[in-house]
Design a protein around this ligand. Structure first.
Ligand SMILES: [Zn+2]
Ligand SMILES: [Zn+2]
Length: 210
């Protein structure tokens, strides 16, 4: 009888979360404010229902450093580094850093967006493979006089980048957290901390496909 109840509970858990036992590692890089880790952890758990495990700090990999316009770290290099690092039984990893990030912005055809000088090393708040297993988010350039605004921006960036990992592309729905920020902080500030119904439907179908 006990087993029957346990199996029932397990089935219930699977039906709620879609995929059982999916785990995401939060990887703080040196200098990331530890006081923010719990907030990020709970936010991902709330929105996606995944288990979140906080890792020990590590140094930013030297090869990701770049100084084209400003000294900063290449987000594409960081997500590659995190993807290739061994996280054991973890399914996903999200890096968190206080340093500025950049990557090369491309147009629909896959070429560097024009003007190339502007977009070859373009500042970003975060980046995630779509789909994939790694992402990164930065607390640089999202500061505000209002601590709650800063926290809210960080949460939305993390939810957005992890959404990409799960296969969600940018969403045209107004205020959806998966909207393209379109190079404006106001898009992030106006977004709600949740997926719109279209994104939820899309996510449900992604989770069901083998
Ligand atoms: Zn995005
Ligand atoms: Zn959406």
């Amino acid at each position: 009888m006990k087993y029957a109840i346990l199996i029932g509970l397990f089935a219930l858990l699977v039906s709620f979360t879609g995929t059982p036992y999916k785990k995401i590692a939060l990887q703080p890089f040196d200098g990331f404010d530890k006081a923010l880790l719990d907030t990020v952890k709970l936010t991902i758990k709330d929105v996606y229902g995944y288990q979140v495990v906080v890792m020990e700090d590590i140094a930013l990999p030297r090869q990701a450093f770049i100084n084209v316009k400003f000294p900063r770290y290449r987000a594409d290099s960081l997500i590659r580094f995190l993807r290739d690092k061994d996280y054991g039984s973890m399914d996903y990893v999200m890096g968190l850093t206080p340093m500025e990030l950049s990557h090369t912005k491309k147009d629909a055809g896959g070429h560097v967006k024009k003007p190339a000088m502007k977009y070859i090393d373009w500042g970003v708040h975060g980046l995630g493979y779509c789909p994939g297993t790694s992402s990164v988010a930065s607390t640089a350039k999202i500061e505000s006089d209002e601590p709650s605004v800063f926290i809210s921006r960080l949460k939305k960036i993390c939810i957005h980048e992890f959404g990409h990992n799960l296969g969600l592309p940018h969403c045209p729905t107004d205020k959806c957290v998966m909207q393209d920020s379109a190079e404006k902080m106001s898009t992030i500030d106006d977004a709600e901390l949740r997926l719109c119904n279209d994104c939820k439907d899309k996510l449900a179908s992604i989770k069901q496909s083998p």
